[in-house]
Ligand binder design. Structure first.
Ligand code: GAP
Length: 514
């Protein structure tokens, strides 16, 4: 189902209003592209991480987890190529003084050309009706062919320029495509120049280049430098993986779109070490495993798609994104990269330590190849929240709507809420408290008697609580309660003794793995 145009704005407001995400240091007017997770946000984020960790580490006896430090020896980033090649091309508009990523401006122009072609096709479809042959039209209509050809040419030239590090070619392309600043409408651009995305700081009191430390821009390198430690201490045989969840930092040139692109964010990464020559097979395996992970949450298949990289990162021989249809279009959610022996090979060379594996089957020593899966926890959060937040009409009255967060119950921050029908009746309150105190031993929940039942339901819907339990006078007589399911709003009378089983069935993460 497509979402209304203002959905993204509404999502951002909802995240703040209900304690999911706040702007960092808001009392000082905030820090650009840095965010804090509130009470429900931190619970949801923890659940996402737990789901990933269970899927990657617990469900695979040949994958182990680590938690490496954010600070690493600076040589790490020289070997990994980040000091020399972790750059984005930036360009400033001289009139608006706004800064942009040159490649993103060009990609935007390419998308516009493609949209123009699509519009022509739509118009023709209406004109010709049933007899319309879309494929033939796309291949032969001069206007459509022209737009698509121009888009393909621009894309190819951009990729070639990025690969060659040719900033002048990028600037020429911006001019030829007549790209205007979205802010000022002006085409008065500076030259394009490269900008390194790593943040740096100083180690202790060592000044200058010698004491220069970087905040890691990816968690992967903490895994590579520990390859030998983990191999020697766990006796894992190839193929095996090392997983890690942790913070990463990038001085993004353009950090817009809420938590989609942040300067401090969290990654969930896994490096899978394999025998050279088997990378194609494992690449396909991890593509399918990771897609399954997303689909198990109930995300509709049409909201996810694979997108092969045309412009490969400096370490990869193949790379694909799992893209998700965010409110602003299909964008990268996760990357799966065939990293060859680039990282281990480079660390071996610079450190002088042998980072090899003796393969008892082939009697050979070699530097393993690597397939990486890498997903941003915050981006996953945005994808889930964006898809889950639904405004719907309740009953037949168009004016009666509710905002409901249809998160998978296994990920919902709060699993149940106990609501006494009246707050001033001691017997009801005591009973409701007793039910809450028992259930909280098993699930995160809430006790709430601060409003009418209708209002309390709406509040729980807005934070995605799968079950509301109402305690009324009948409960005092027969020990039954009304349990209301979030999505269907169906209400059922059930014995108190059954609550744990009913809730447990819906919120257990196990169901995501069967
Ligand atoms: N180790 C490989 C690597 O870091 P990447 O494609 O640069 O690859 C992996 O990043 C994932 O990290 C992305 O798919 C995205 O989900 C997340 N990510 C990257 N930069 C981000 C940023 N600035 N803000 C939020 N998430 C980001």
């Amino acid at each position: 189902m497509s979402q209304p145009a203002d959905h993204f704005k509404k999502l951002v407001a909802h995240c703040k209003e209900y304690g999911f995400i706040y702007q960092s240091s808001e009392i000082y007017d905030g820090l650009s592209a840095v965010y804090d997770y509130g009470p429900y946000g931190s619970e949801l984020k923890n659940n996402i991480k737990e789901y990933w960790w269970k899927a990657m580490v617990q469900m695979h006896d040949n994958i182990v987890g680590i938690d490496a430090a954010i600070f690493m020896h600076p040589k790490t980033w020289k070997a990994s190529g980040h000091v020399d090649a972790f750059n984005d091309p930036l360009v400033d508009n001289k009139d608006s003084k706004k800064r942009y990523r040159a490649d993103q401006l060009i990609e935007g122009a390419v998308e516009k050309l493609q949209e123009k072609a699509d519009k022509e096709v739509e118009k023709a479809k209406k004109r010709f009706g049933d007899s319309f042959d879309e494929k033939l039209y796309r291949e032969t209509n001069p206007r459509v062919v022209g737009y698509l050809q121009k888009a393909t040419d621009a894309n190819n030239r951009m990729n070639a320029a990025l690969t060659a590090g040719d900033m002048e070619a990028l600037k020429n392309l911006i001019e030829e495509l007549e790209i205007a600043c979205p802010e000022s409408g002006s085409r008065n651009w500076t030259d394009v120049r490269m900008f390194n995305l790593m943040f740096n700081t100083q180690l202790g009191n060592i000044a200058g280049e010698e004491g220069k430390l970087y905040l890691r821009p990816e968690t992967a390198q903490g895994i590579f430098v520990n390859f030998l430690n983990v191999r020697n201490t766990t006796r894992q045989k190839l193929p095996f993986g090392i997983a890690q969840i942790g913070k990463a930092f990038r001085n993004e040139i353009v950090a817009r779109q809420f938590i989609f692109r942040m300067r401090e964010f969290e990654q969930m990464e896994m490096q899978f070490f394999i025998r050279p020559g088997t990378q194609q097979e494992w690449y396909e395996y991890w593509k399918s495993m990771r897609l399954k992970w997303h689909l198990a949450l109930g995300t509709p298949a049409e909201k996810l798609r694979f997108h092969d990289h045309e412009n490969l990162a400096h370490y990869a021989d193949a790379a694909v994104d799992i893209q998700f249809e965010f409110p602003f279009g299909f964008r990268e959610l996760e990357g799966i990269h065939s990293r060859t022996d680039f990282d281990l090979g480079a660390h071996q060379e610079l450190s002088g330590k042998k980072l090899q594996y003796f393969d008892p089957e082939t009697n050979e020593n070699y530097v393993p190849y690597v397939i990486e899966t890498s997903i941003g926890c915050d981006r996953m959060f945005l994808a889930l929240m964006g898809h889950a937040l639904t405004e719907e009409v309740v009953g037949d009255d168009e004016g009666n709507t509710r905002d409901v967060l249809k998160l998978h119950p296994a990920l919902a921050p709060v699993k149940f809420a106990v609501l006494p029908l009246k707050r001033n009746e001691d017997a009801l309150v005591n009973k409701a408290r007793a039910i809450f105190d028992t259930l909280k031993l098993s699930f995160p929940g809430q006790y709430d008697d601060t409003g009418s039942i209708g209002k309390l339901y709406r509040r729980q819907d807005a934070i995605g609580t799968p079950y509301c339990i109402t305690v009324d006078f009948e409960t005092l007589d027969d020990d039954t309660v009304t349990i209301r399911e979030r999505d269907s709003m169906a209400q059922e009378r059930v014995p108190v003794a059954k609550l744990e089983e009913i809730i447990g069935k819906r919120v257990d993460m196990k169901q995501l793995f069967v």
